[in-house]
Write a protein that binds this ligand. Structure first.
Ligand code: ATP
Ligand code: MG
Length: 497
């Protein structure tokens, strides 16, 4: 049996303690080393994501003795691990000082402290730290005051996730409003008192909804309550600012998420009442959803980056609400809704000041969206379809059709469902048949001279008749045959006395 003296035991104890202490120190060093390495790795990986040009703008400002930070959406995206869309820098340099430092600067918003620096092919907004003055019109501060304090600048920003600043040199994120935590917890939270912030600028309500929808975040309860209470503030916001937010929403992966929040908060009723009217309009047959849900899902169903197509999908059925009638057995019917949808869409897009070319394209697609092909269509029917839709719009209309099908059930449709019609169209186009008035083998001048017609509308009427005849039967597109038809049509249908 072993016997230990107190002395031996205490020595062993001290030895063990020392070993543990040493181990702990080694562990602590290792931990510190690892932390440092992961910080370096994180920082370098973040730094790699910042374009060289932005780093150079930063360095120029720093070398001139100014402070400079990356701010806004870029920091949010870096924290979330998604690629930043644009780069905003904040500095204590005044706009005039920034202008002096760079060769190409656009004075985009000097009264608000912002200039755009163009540097080696990149454009970067540089804004002087500022405090917003009083808002009397719920849109823009009456005045802005420059400040040398970054934290004051961060406090004027809308949401915690948008109020972080990144120091490029050290990798430190300055985050006085816990934006990183909110990014982690997936929360949209207004800075300060939400109602006051939405009273200053009503557009923030729509911005918050956009961020929530786009990022899949939840709106914090006080912020949400204030959005509902202050939704009316959006009435004072200019059409252009609202349009820009809607365009941004249409760029999200699933715009339906934002439109659903707009509906829940009452914002939809204010800015798109025509779409809000589609809530609860029940559809039957192959539809699983009401017209509103169908419309926003159809919008998601456009997977190409094309805002025009997304608008067409979003509004293609809004005419259903006013067109709704019930059959004797209580079935909903929406006769002629496509024309009504096109008319309402034109009104919305004009109101929101979308460009005219886009309005024409979107309303045309909506007016044409109700085609229903079956293999019994004659070639003449296929030709009439191509002429009605326009060769250049066919693929867009098919994309809209697939999105429409997606919106019925939320299940991606089989793209081959349109192959039959596509093949028929390819056939017609490859035969180079007459699909425009210009391709007729007889001109208005020929008709006028041969038939000795007096000036008037009859030439146009004859040409239209000839065109319809050729669309019906392409073999008639022959000068002699057309002359005979023209003569006959003129004598029997137009000539008087
Ligand atoms: P995105 O990725 O869509 O560009 P963003 O956050 O960068 O989002 P911007 O409109 O580019 O949004 O604005 C840049 C930053 O300016 C925001 O992150 C926010 O800090 C601030 N900001 C923009 N608009 C407002 C506003 N209406 N009220 C307060 N702060 C705003
Ligand atoms: Mg941005």
């Amino acid at each position: 049996m072993f016997r230990f003296s107190y002395r031996t035991l205490s020595r062993a104890f001290i030895g063990a303690c020392f070993a543990q202490f040493h181990k702990a120190r080694v562990n602590a060093d290792a931990l510190r080393y690892l932390t440092f390495q992961s910080f370096l790795w994180y920082f370098n990986s973040v730094r790699r994501k910042i374009p060289r040009q932005v780093q150079e703008i930063y360095t120029t400002l720093k070398n001139a003795g100014f402070e400079c930070y990356v701010v806004g959406g870029a920091v949010r995206n870096l924290v979330l691990g998604t690629p930043p869309k644009d780069w905003d820098l904040a500095t204590d340099a005044l706009p005039q000082e920034v202008i002096k430092l760079f060769r190409k600067v656009i004075p985009t918003g000097v009264p608000h402290g912002t200039v755009t620096v163009l540097h080696k092919g990149i454009s970067c907004e540089v804004t002087t730290f500022r405090i917003d003055g009083i808002y009397t019109d719920l849109r823009r501060p009456d005045s802005v005051e420059y400040t040398s304090s970054l934290s004051e600048d961060l406090r004027r920003r809308d949401f915690s996730i948008n109020a972080m600043a990144l120091d490029i040199e050290t990798g430190e994120i300055i985050d006085p409003h816990d934006g990183q935590e909110d990014c982690l917890r997936k929360i949209i939270r207004a800075i300060g008192r939400p109602e006051e912030r939405f009273d200053e600028d009503g557009l923030r309500i729509l911005r918050g909804i956009r961020f929530a929808g786009r990022l899949g975040f939840t709106i914090e309860s006080d912020t949400l309550a204030a959005m509902i209470a202050r939704a009316d503030n959006l009435k004072t916001i200019s059409a252009e600012r609202i349009r820009m937010e809607i365009e941004n929403i249409l760029e999200s992966e699933k715009p339906s998420e934002s439109f659903a929040i707009m509906s829940d908060t009452g914002v939809l009723d204010l800015i798109l009442p025509e779409l809000a009217a589609c809530r609860g309009v029940i559809q039957r047959e192959m539809h699983s959803f009401d017209v509103f849900t169908h419309s926003i899902l159809a919008c998601d169903g456009i997977v190409v980056a094309d805002p025009g197509l997304r608008l067409a999908a979003l509004f293609h059925d809004i005419g259903k609400a006013p067109a709704l009638r019930f059959t004797e057995d209580g079935e909903p019917r929406f006769f002629g809704h496509e024309a009504e949808s096109a008319r309402l869409t034109q009104g919305i897009l004009l109101r929101l000041k979308f460009p005219n070319a886009l309005i024409r394209r979107v309303t045309h697609l909506i007016a044409q969206h109700m085609f229903s092909y079956d293999c019994r269509w004659t070639d003449a029917a296929v030709r009439r379809f191509i002429i009605r839709v326009g060769k250049e719009n066919l693929e867009d209309l098919f994309t809209l059709r697939l999105a429409d099908s997606y919106g019925r059930t939320g299940v991606p449709p089989d793209p081959r469902s349109l192959d039959g019609l596509r093949r028929r169209i390819t056939g017609v186009l490859s035969r180079d048949e007459a699909l425009t008035l210009k391709s007729l083998k007889l001109s208005g001048e020929d008709i006028k001279n041969t038939l000795s017609l007096p000036p008037g509308p009859s030439i146009g009427q004859i040409l239209n008749f000839l065109f319809e005849s050729v669309v019906e039967d392409p073999s008639l597109n022959d000068r002699e045959k057309l002359l005979r038809i023209a003569e006959n049509f003129y004598k029997t249908r137009l000539k008087t006395g």
